[in-house]
Design a protein around this ligand. Structure first.
Ligand code: PEP
Length: 251
């Protein structure tokens, strides 16, 4: 089964609304030159509405950088899936290592957010990844298995089939250190095997597993050539038109 590659940009807490709109316009036009790949942009919450208006006639998907588990209520600082849908959001990054490490989000909370997203019609981009200590202690597979099982708790095969999984080794995020294409492929292959064990073959073959961690114009082609790497989740290099356009145009 062929999986359409997804190139996703996570703008984190960067860019003014005006800068986000301008960058999104340029990138959406670049993305629309391709039929064989999808592009997703995740601006800060405050820019979602304006970016949606700027790119709504393009094929680029708008994403949030997080999503609440509840539909509404007394949850200061949170934004729910129905609210996000209201401003044109189609996808949401969930479980990013910065949410886990800086804001203390644990597997149980991430699982609730995944359920909240799916219930509200938002596609989760569910992030998992090991730290350097865990990799050096040869715990990578065990850690990923734990994060995957806990994050997907009580999800049916049909729910999982709708998601994107992002493998983001924590030691490679924003550090300039990329997993080698062999390291990344090994882990992506392992994640697909886990999906195969837990769900049907159809699910394991349909789910896109994207790689994140210092993806740049000079390493994207090699990463994208790997059998189980179905896209990229890009932070730093997604903030400049030239570099993200080159990543969108991977060969
Ligand atoms: C990220 O934040 O998801 C990420 C992969 O960042 P960077 O590309 O800057 O490493």
């Amino acid at each position: 089964m062929s999986r359409k590659p997804l190139i996703a940009g996570n703008w984190k807490m960067h860019l003014s609304v005006a800068q986000a709109v301008e960058l999104a316009r340029g990138l959406a036009a670049e993305a629309d030159k391709h039929q064989d790949r999808e592009v997703m942009l995740a601006p800060a919450f405050i820019a979602l509405d304006a970016v949606h208006k700027a790119i709504s006639d393009s094929k680029t998907f708008l994403a949030a950088q997080n999503v609440a588990w509840a539909e509404e209520g007394a949850f200061t600082g949170e934004v729910s899936a129905p609210m996000l849908r209201d401003v044109g959001v189609a996808m949401a990054i969930i479980g990013h290592s910065e949410r886990r490490q800086i804001f203390g989000e644990d597997d149980a909370m991430i699982n609730r957010r995944i359920h909240g997203a799916l219930a509200g019609g938002i596609i989760p981009v569910f992030c998992i990844g090991e730290t350097l200590e865990q990799r050096e202690a040869e715990q990578t597979f065990k850690v990923l298995e734990g994060q995957l099982s806990a994050g997907l708790a009580d999800c049916t095969a049909e729910m999982v089939a709708r998601m994107v999984i992002a493998y983001e080794p924590v030691w490679a995020i924003g550090t300039g250190k990329t997993a080698s294409k062999e390291q990344a492929q090994e882990v992506h292959g392992y994640i697909r095997q886990l999906l195969l064990q837990k769900y049907e073959k159809k699910v394991a073959e349909a789910v896109r597993i994207v790689y994140g961690g210092s993806v740049k114009p000079d390493n994207v082609d090699a990463l994208m050539a790997q059998a189980d790497i179905d896209g990229a989740l890009v932070g730093g290099a997604a903030l400049k038109f030239e570099s993200f356009a080159r990543i969108i145009n991977f060969k």
